[in-house]
Design a protein around this ligand. Structure first.
Ligand code: NDP
Length: 234
């Protein structure tokens, strides 16, 4: 039987490319998503990752049909940008609840299955901004840097059971999230990226397929940048 990978938020953006890449690589692919449609061949369970019961029920339903989840790609995430002095409690808490606590809810449930399988690959989608910081993104960068601590603690907790946990740190990738940026801001970012361009979602997907592979079994607690060189040294 092929390995079962679950990608959160595979209805658009980076998650959609990741799920499609796993389908192409021959995996059984599922997604927990809260809206939209999924790439061909990806099994669906609707849930908002801020809801623990909904996340657990979605895992239960997908596993009943397709077997235990062995690979989790925790991709779903949001931004609510604003300068620190004007950032509301709500904008801070909402971003943390989706990006950090939402990831935690999925990781906790997935690890239950991985321990039984004595195999697991936990891949958290962080951000270059988590380690470099970015004005206007105190909430977002805090949520993403926390994923590094999460992956490393998971590695120390269950690394002896065939489970790895890593963070992919994308730089600026062309999706709805970055389409929101004003043109002049995009140009400024491009100028500071050594590759002089935004990345493509497929380039992040390739890193996820690598980290999920048997070949990556000795890579754990790592942060893998996919950022055109933007974050070097961070
Ligand atoms: P998009 O905004 O294009 O997609 C975000 C995805 O997350 C959507 O599928 C969205 O679902 C889902 N999502 C958001 N909130 C929830 C929730 N509460 N429950 C379930 N699903 C949810 O973003 P990207 O594809 O650009 O980003 C994907 C990941 O990559 C994020 O974690 C982001 O932080 C990270 N990233 C992106 C970068 C970029 O430059 N684009 C750079 C670095 C990191 P819905 O369609 O229903 O809203």
């Amino acid at each position: 039987m092929t390995r079962h990978v679950l990608v959160t938020g595979a209805n658009r953006g980076i998650g959609r490319s990741i799920a499609a890449a796993f389908v192409d690589a021959g995996y059984t692919v599922s997604s927990i998503h809260r809206s939209g449609d999924l790439p061909e061949g990806v099994h669906s369970a609707l849930a908002d990752i801020t809801d623990t019961d909904a996340v657990n029920a979605a895992f239960d339903a997908l596993e009943a049909e397709h077997g235990r989840v062995e690979i989790l790609v925790a991709n779903a995430g949001i931004t609510k940008d604003g300068l620190l002095m004007r950032m509301s409690d709500e904008d801070f808490e909402t971003v943390l609840d989706v990006n950090l606590a939402g990831t935690f809810r999925c990781v906790r449930r997935a690890t239950n299955s991985m321990l039984r399988q004595r195999f697991g690959r936990i891949i958290l989608v962080g951000s270059v901004v988590g380690l470099m910081g970015n004005p206007g993104q105190v909430n977002y960068s805090a949520s993403k840097s926390a994923l590094v601590g999460m992956a490393r603690s998971i590695t120390r907790e269950v690394g002896s059971r065939g489970i790895t946990a890593n963070v992919i740190a994308p730089g600026f990738i062309t999706t709805d999230m970055t389409d929101e940026l004003p043109e002049d801001v995009k140009k400024q970012y491009e100028a500071t990226i050594p590759a002089k361009r935004f990345g493509a979602a497929d380039e992040v997907a390739a890193a996820a397929v690598y980290l999920a592979s048997d070949a990556a079994g000795y890579v754990s607690g790592a942060v893998l940048p996919v950022d055109g060189g933007l974050g070097m040294g961070h």
